[in-house]
Design a protein around this ligand. Structure first.
Ligand SMILES: Nc1nc2c(c(=O)[nH]1)N[C@H]1C(S)=C(S)[C@@H](COP(=O)(O)OP(=O)(O)OC[C@H]3O[C@@H](n4cnc5c(=O)[nH]c(N)nc54)[C@H](O)[C@@H]3O)O[C@H]1N2
Ligand SMILES: Nc1nc2c(c(=O)[nH]1)N[C@H]1C(S)=C(S)[C@@H](COP(=O)(O)OP(=O)(O)OC[C@H]3O[C@@H](n4cnc5c(=O)[nH]c(N)nc54)[C@H](O)[C@@H]3O)O[C@H]1N2
Ligand code: SF4
Ligand SMILES: [Mo]
Length: 883
């Protein structure tokens, strides 16, 4: 058998890049960008490039389990179905719930929604998209009458002004960032404005960065609306023909809309605000990209409408190079919105109106359709905590880590009668609380469709066999449905059949009233589905291609057909900092990790960029609080506490601390930041305020700090610890409040037949131990009373050395490379494994542009995700030389 190539879609972010997977005769898989996919035209980011490294079966859940005991599918499915049946019979359908995910495929999602809302008759199916896109959904519906994104990726390239607000595009939608960077090189007129309290890597291509006061976006965009109106930028023709609510929205905006007031509320210099307003006013082709800095807020929906208002007022929507652009996070966040995966939607862009309920009931021939919206994510878990929901089925998401007030979520699950978890991994923080674990297929093994941020539907295709007893999510859901007595309605044999029904429902009695319509695919054959190429919706019956942009000529989906400007006013976030909790906790993502680490946590080169959970804080705050770089600190709020490593960072705004969302109990102790995050949420969308929790930050005192590098996995130790893979081994960082017999601990961890090297300095409290086997480093342990232990990078490379040189052996316990050789330092480029020290040395030797660095060191030459960081190192070096 020769190499087989499969065209599929990346399972990470909502850019939805096409990837080509090559699988050779030996079964070795490699991944490259698909040059023909319109999302990426061949590009990939660091996460996409490393996909092949995440396919190993270690840690996978490969057999069903009931109460921790492996069992066969029949027993597991019977347990789920009989449990649900008993609870429904006793307490009614609202006592059961499904909590799904934007990482389900559309076909999985469709059947989950159909089962819950149409057949069980409970509206309680919600999803992690509630944590992500819900504010954009409500904002779109208020303004456009439908949850439809009017723009496409090409608009970023056609624009003359791109505003990124609450979006760290460089790290979270890196291929769009690459497209924008390339467009900027082509078009010298293209300006980029970044609006973010932090100076992120996205600012690398920004002409202007507005580090606004957290939560003040409405004031800024209301100020902009006022400015646009005052300076003659109102598109009266557009508003007369297609708009409503102009004067009310303007009146609301003007209440706080003078320039000095805006600048004051946003904590920004007046001239910077004015610069932004002038550029926006002067530039017809403007795209405003927004993401979680907007959505994840207790006023998220109003933030969205404040942005959309500015585009409607100027008529800048749905034409090439312009429009408000909500970019989705997960690979199928959009697909979930299409099928009705949110508790307040019914299906296929239909709501809980009497007509829609009747329409869907007839279409599904549903015996027992839900007739009112269900509980939104946070409310759902609160209802579980109160015992009102007695059975919950969690699919493709890890709520014990990713919901706010996470300790409360864990307690709710621990007390719930029946917790079913469908996951591909066995040990997630959520799966540990499950009564029944169902092994799901994952990327590469499953088949179906996803929709990206620009409404483009692409196929995910299988290229690997199903491992163990794992099954597709749609299959698992249908098997439970059959056991609940709904065999006929869930009798699908392949995802294609589900997709066909989904397409049919989208076109059913639609007549252009609902934005989501892919009726053209209602009769798609299995062969056509297999060969399906990416297309954008809507694509109603009779049309051969999808529609690139929406609403350029009006045609909004409101009853009047007109867009609605929504009056919104500035409001401070729900929980304000106060003397007890004086700092604002901001949370989000890092470049090379994905969510709760279940996939990226397997790839050493992705882990190298940020190996530990960090709190990033401005040096002047650290100074005031008496905190030092590298300290372990507790981040504490009224809701909970986490312990992470402190990093001083001038890119942070004073008064704020940023902590990544990724770490959890499966990879660390005490680093789950959602235990700290407040459960405040937007009253309309129910989306939590992940970016704004009042906290205090304090140094944690430990008696011992240490790290251990080992070829074999070691069992974690310490009050604080975190463990991630490195090339050829594991890295464990830890700290303890009490003394430990390090000798015995090390001996229990290292392989049996080894030669021990030891260094002790009891006076300074230093203890170092290395185990060498066949002249290769098998294990080393460094302990000291302070966090300032030797650099890990050089020692890590020794785990991969076939043999240790004499000098390396001698240097080993000093922790520093032998004289004459260097350590490359913290990894910056994960594709080629190039470190900070190597790059800085090249800069000092005369490399003064990222291009030259790439030419010399390769760094940045593959996916380009590290280019902003390389630019920053060059700039820092320049500053240092100037000083
Ligand atoms: N590497 C990586 N990429 C990902 C993911 C991942 O886990 N890792 N996850 C994907 C998913 S599901 C999502 S939803 C997206 C999220 O993509 P983004 O929304 O771009 O990412 P975040 O880091 O959550 O937050 C974006 C920015 O909002 C800023 N912010 C905080 N408060 C405010 C505010 O009040 N106003 C403004 N204007 N900005 C503010 C933060 O400082 C942060 O830089 O990323 C997707 N892509
Ligand atoms: N503090 C803070 N918290 C946040 C955010 C934030 O910015 N700050 N962002 C929020 C946002 S936007 C999001 S999207 C969420 C994401 O948070 P989660 O959805 O909880 O995170 P993931 O790690 O993506 O969880 C996906 C799970 O599905 C499993 N899985 C993967 N593939 C499959 C499959 O095919 N089938 C099944 N059944 N399981 C599979 C994985 O092993 C993993 O356990 O986090 C939210 N939480
Ligand atoms: S930008 Fe990166 S993570 Fe997102 S879809 Fe493309 S390759 Fe995957
Ligand atoms: Mo998300």
């Amino acid at each position: 058998m020769s190499t087989q190539t499969t065209a599929t879609t990346c399972p990470y972010c909502g850019v939805g890049c096409g990837v080509l997977v090559d699988r050779d005769a030996a079964g070795t898989v490699s991944v490259r960008g698909n040059p023909e996919h319109p999302a990426n035209f061949g590009r990939l980011c660091s996460k996409g490039s490393a996909l092949a490294e995440t396919l190993g079966l270690e840690g996978r859940l490969l057999t069903p389990e009931v109460n921790g005991q492996a069992c066969d599918w029949d027993q597991a499915l019977d347990t789920v179905a009989s449990g649900f049946r008993r609870i429904i019979d006793e307490y009614g359908p609202d006592a059961v719930a499904i909590y799904g995910s934007g990482q389900l495929l559309t076909e999985d999602y469709y059947v989950a929604n159909k089962l819950m809302k149409g057949f069980i008759g409970s509206p309680n199916i919600d999803t992690n998209s509630r944590l992500c896109m819900a504010s954009a959904v409500v904002g779109h519906k208020r303004a456009f009458g439908a949850d439809a994104v009017p723009v496409c990726y090409e608009d970023l390239e056609l624009a003359d002004l791109v505003v990124l607000t609450g979006s760290n595009l460089a790290w979270c939608h890196p291929v769009l960032f690459q497209r924008l960077r390339a467009a900027r090189e082509q078009n010298p007129n293209l300006k980029v404005v970044v609006i973010d309290p932090r100076r992120t890597d996205s600012c690398d291509i920004a002409d202007l960065h507005l580090p606004l006061r957290p939560g003040s976006d409405i004031a800024l965009f209301n100020g902009l609306l006022t400015h646009l109106s005052r300076y003659g930028k109102v598109d009266y023709r557009f508003l007369e023909q297609h708009g409503n609510g102009f004067s009310d929205a303007l009146e609301a905006a003007e209440q706080s809309g003078s320039l000095p007031e805006t600048a004051f509320l946003c904590g920004l210099p007046e001239q910077d605000v004015l610069q932004f307003f002038r550029w926006f006013a002067a530039t017809e082709k403007t795209v405003t990209v927004f993401s979680q800095g907007i959505n994840q807020s207790s006023v998220g929906t109003d933030k969205v409408n404040a942005i959309v208002n500015c585009h409607l007022l100027t008529g800048r929507i749905g034409r090439p190079g312009m429009g408000p652009f909500s970019i989705t996070g997960q690979p199928n966040a959009m697909g979930g919105r299409e099928v009705g995966g949110l508790a307040n939607q019914l299906a296929a862009h239909m709501d809980f109106t009497p007509e829609d309920i009747d329409r869907v009931r007839r279409f599904w021939d549903a015996p027992n359709i839900a007739d009112k919206p269900g509980l939104k994510a946070v409310d759902m878990f609160e209802a579980i905590g109160r015992g009102e929901i007695k059975a919950v089925w969690i699919m493709a998401t890890n709520p014990a880590v990713s919901l706010p007030d996470a300790d409360k979520v864990r307690a709710a699950l621990a007390g719930c009668e029946l917790v079913v978890v469908s996951d591909c991994m066995r040990e997630t923080d959520t799966a540990r609380l499950a009564t029944v674990r169902l092994p799901a297929l994952t990327w590469g093994e499953k088949d179906g469709t996803v929709t990206n941020s620009e409404r483009r539907i692409s196929r995910q295709r299988r290229f690997l066999p199903a491992p163990g007893a794992a099954r597709a999510d749609w299959w698992i859901i249908c098997e439970v449905a059959k056991r609940l007595g709904f065999a006929e309605a869930f009798d699908y044999v392949a995802p294609c059949e589900i997709f066909r029904e989904h397409a049919r429902l989208s076109g059913f009695e639609n007549g252009g009233r609902r934005a989501f319509d892919i009726g053209a695919l209602a009769e798609i054959s299995a062969a056509e589905y297999e060969a399906l190429t990416p297309f954008q919706w809507p694509r109603p019956a009779g049309s051969r291609t999808g529609q690139t942009r929406l609403y350029g000529e009006g045609g909004f989906h409101t009853p009047s057909g007109r867009a609605q400007l929504v009056p919104v006013s500035h409001q401070a976030p729900q929980n304000a900092p106060n003397p007890d909790y004086p700092l604002i906790l901001n949370t989000g993502r890092v470049r090379d990790h994905w969510h709760t680490l279940t996939r990226t946590g397997k790839a050493p080169r992705l882990c190298a960029h940020m190996p530990e959970p960090l709190a990033q804080i401005h040096p002047s705050d650290a100074y005031r609080l008496g905190l030092l770089e590298g300290d372990l600190v507790s981040i504490e709020s009224l809701w909970g506490k986490a312990v992470v490593r402190l990093r001083l960072d001038e890119q942070q705004q004073e008064g704020c601390v940023f902590v990544p969302m990724h770490w959890n109990d499966s990879f660390s102790a005490q680093a789950c930041i959602d235990a700290v995050v407040n459960p405040a949420r937007d009253p309309l969308s129910g989306e939590p305020e992940f970016k704004h929790t009042p906290v205090k930050v304090q140094s944690c005192r430990y008696q011992w700090h240490g790290f251990c590098l080992s070829r074999e996995t070691v069992s974690p130790i310490g009050d604080y610890w975190t463990q991630l893979p490195v090339v050829n081994g594991q890295r464990l960082e830890f700290a303890c409040s009490e003394g430990v017999d390090w000798h015995s601990w090390a001996q229990a961890q290292a392989p049996a037949e080894v030669e021990w090297l030891e260094f002790k300095d009891p006076g300074r409290g230093l203890f170092r131990l290395a185990a060498v086997q066949d002249n290769r480093l098998a294990f080393c342990l460094f302990i000291g009373p302070e966090p300032n232990l030797p650099e890990r990078e050089w020692l890590t490379t020794l785990l991969s050395a076939d043999s240790l040189s004499v000098n390396e052996r001698l240097a080993l316990l000093s922790g520093a490379p032998p004289a004459g050789t260097g350590s490359q330092g913290r990894t910056v480029c994960s594709c080629f494994g190039v470190g900070e020290n190597t790059i800085c040395a090249a800069v000092r030797a005369g490399c003064h542009s990222a291009k030259e660095i790439t030419r010399q060191l390769k760094a940045g030459g593959n996916c380009g995700s590290c280019l902003p960081e390389i630019e920053r190192l060059i700039a820092e070096n320049k500053r240092e030389r100037a000083a």
